[in-house]
Design a protein around this ligand. Structure first.
Ligand SMILES: Cc1ncc(COP(=O)(O)O)c(C=O)c1O
Length: 437
């Protein structure tokens, strides 16, 4: 082979992808691979009783039937839907979303000009990080967190997640934890420009109170930080004694430094339709966002159907009521099973998750043992959960269970399998460390 040809081959091997995406060239983590293989062999109570039961993907399968029925009457598209429209989302779509936010989140008027539609909440976060922050800027992210946030922060905007370790009860962070992290960053020279909050919280299932949100906003303002609040589970508050408190209802104006994110993926069980929302009052961000959704807009067909869904306010109200009832009932089924098995968990009031402590199956609290448990659950019980390690849990042994991803009947089968597999593993405890709740 000639020298020239070798040189050419080497060049073509080196130059396959740009430097911008080099950091994405890593394999999926084992727990994501596990979810993909579980999808290929799903549990069915009649046709595949030995299939996988997947509680690792944040989806709500409990109310899909209600939406499928409704969508049957919402897809009679006119020809205009096939053409270009406002890249932020069509006017009727943004007006309906503004109306939804006014009624269920902000409890005050919402300007449809501040609404930007794009392909999901992940996309909304990516757009905001790109518009608000420079490459390398830090985003404070309280742990344990939704693992996808890392990708949303780093993937394209090339910002840096700065993990805040919680010291409060039930893994809740306190302002002192934010202070501590921020001063560490000041000392190390890491610039920090934003705080990302998730309420209702994935994975802990709590809703921030009004007072907590007020204190957090004062804190971010004192420190000159942007605040991004992801309220993607805002209509999925299922506890009878809890209420959603949106950042939009706490602040009369969001101002230039507070930005709201929501999506149809969770509260309307439509993660496949890819429809997310940004609401911002920052005029420069509004101007920048007039152009960017061109790259990641919601299809005209989907906008048309969702406009029709939202314009039926009676349907929306009864759907939210029925969906939250189903979430509550399914949550209770899981709690009963966990109680019987003696697995402690953080009580949840909203969203799709139970944060549970499997320390009783571990000889000692290590991430190595946590991985071994996860492996047994996946391979032997064919039950998939998310290991706390990927949510950056500060304590090994915790797992996230997305209880809305399967029916209550499947839940009973799953916990039965888990109990059988786990009781066959003999655990000799040498670490009496108590659970921190
Ligand atoms: C807190 C949170 N934000 C954003 C997303 C991504 O949502 P979407 O599918 O709308 O991009 C998820 C998905 O699990 C989530 O849990």
């Amino acid at each position: 082979m000639s020298f020239g040809l070798i040189q050419l081959m080497e060049k073509s091997q080196v130059a396959q992808v740009s430097s911008r995406v080099q950091h994405l060239l890593q394999p999926f983590s084992p727990h994501l691979e596990a979810s993909f293989s579980a999808w290929k062999d799903p549990f069915d109570p009649i046709h595949n009783t030995n299939g996988y039961i997947n509680f690792a993907v944040a989806e709500n399968k409990l109310s899909v039937d209600l939406l499928l029925e409704k969508l049957k009457h919402c897809r009679d598209i006119p020809g205009s839907v096939l053409g270009y429209d406002d890249m932020r989302g069509s006017e009727p779509f943004r007006k309906q979303i503004a109306n939804l936010l006014e009624t269920y989140f902000f409890h005050r008027s919402v300007d449809a000009d501040g609404i930007f539609c794009c392909a999901g909440a992940g996309c909304a976060l990516d757009l905001l990080f790109n518009c608000l922050l420079e490459e390398g800027d830090g985003v404070l992210l309280p742990a344990p967190y939704y693992p996808g946030f890392i990708h949303d922060i780093e993937g394209r905007a090339r910002c840096k997640p700065v993990i805040v370790e919680p010291t409060g009860n039930h893994f809740r962070f306190q302002l002192a934890d934010l202070d501590k992290k921020l001063s560490e960053c000041h000392q190390s020279g890491q610039p920090v420009k934003a705080l990302l909050l998730c309420s209702p919280n994935n994975p802990l299932g709590f809703v921030f109170s009004r007072e907590e949100l007020e204190n957090i906003v004062s804190w971010t303002r004192q420190n000159g930080l942007q605040l991004i609040v992801d309220e993607i589970y805002g209509l999925s508050v299922f506890s009878k004694s809890s209420k959603m408190v949106s950042i939009g209802s706490v602040l009369e104006h969001l101002g230039n430094d507070v930005h709201f994110v929501w999506s149809f993926s969770k509260d309307f069980c439509m993660s496949g339709l890819r429809a997310g929302v940004i609401y911002s009052e920052n005029m420069e961000i509004r101007n920048a966002l007039r152009f960017l959704p061109y790259f990641c807009g919601v299809s005209g067909d989907t906008q048309f159907a969702l406009t029709k869904v939202l314009s039926d306010s009676e349907f929306v109200q009864s759907f939210i009521r029925e969906n939250t009832n189903r979430l509550y009932e399914t949550y209770r089924v899981h709690c009963d099973c966990l109680d019987k098995m003696g697995i402690p968990y953080v009580p949840s009031e909203a969203g799709f998750f139970i944060w549970m402590d499997c320390n009783k199956y571990m000889s000692s609290r290590t991430f190595e043992n946590e991985r071994a448990i996860w492996q047994s659950l996946f391979e032997k019980a064919k039950v998939v959960v998310t290991p706390g390690e990927v949510c950056q849990s500060t304590q090994p042994g915790w797992f996230r269970c997305c209880f809305s991803a399967a029916s209550p009947e499947a839940a009973k089968v799953a916990w039965n399998r888990v109990e059988q597999v786990m009781s066959s593993l003999s655990v000799s405890k040498n670490d009496p460390e108590s659970t921190r709740m």
